[in-house]
Ligand binder design. Sequence first.
Ligand code: IMP
Ligand code: MG
Length: 194
Amino acid sequence: MPKSTRYKPKSKRQTVEGVRTLIPREQIQRRIAEMAQEIRRDFPLEPLHLVGVLKGSIFFLTDLAREISGDVSLDFIAVSSYGDRTHTSGEVKLTRDLDASIEGRTVIVVEDILDTGMTLQYLLRVFEQRKPRRIRVAVLLDKPERRITRVRADYVGFTIPNEFVVGYGLDYAERYRNLADVGVLTLGARVKKT
Ligand code: IMP
Ligand code: MG
């Protein structure tokens, strides 16, 4: 009897990505307005120089900047960390420097999330050598469980559990940055019928 040449595929397992909302947009906006007031209250008379860490901080920075009254200027820096996002190797490299000098200025470093702390530790070292008047750190999210450095933020939007989050600037392989809410990335598996 000849072997059947008909290929009958078995059911294939396929992973399905999803996002479960963790912090809704209204809550993010409310908290950012509060943070802006805290920052201005701490430095009532000083021009504030906001330095955003690309790309994750863009929405946070633009919303925060618009809520801070008085004299505010902006600049951006970009870093890359080696390894994929769930396993940081700890090496950080500067990929785009600031446009302007920070010497003598009051700098607020604006970051999306404080995770292991490697990125901020690196950046603070770089900035301190440039003799700013003072440096403060504002992060939207803080995952303290993951910390392997002694870095801390002066202004924290939300402290979150050790889960991988996306949205409001945060990405998974460059996707999901455009979501208005912050959510937990869920990687489930389902059986796909063929
Ligand atoms: P750290 O150097 O480990 O503190 O990591 C900081 C950077 O890692 C952030 O600026 C993010 O770009 C990225 N990161 C850390 N945790 C997450 C997450 O849960 N979702 C998306 N990106 C993350
Ligand atoms: Mg980032």
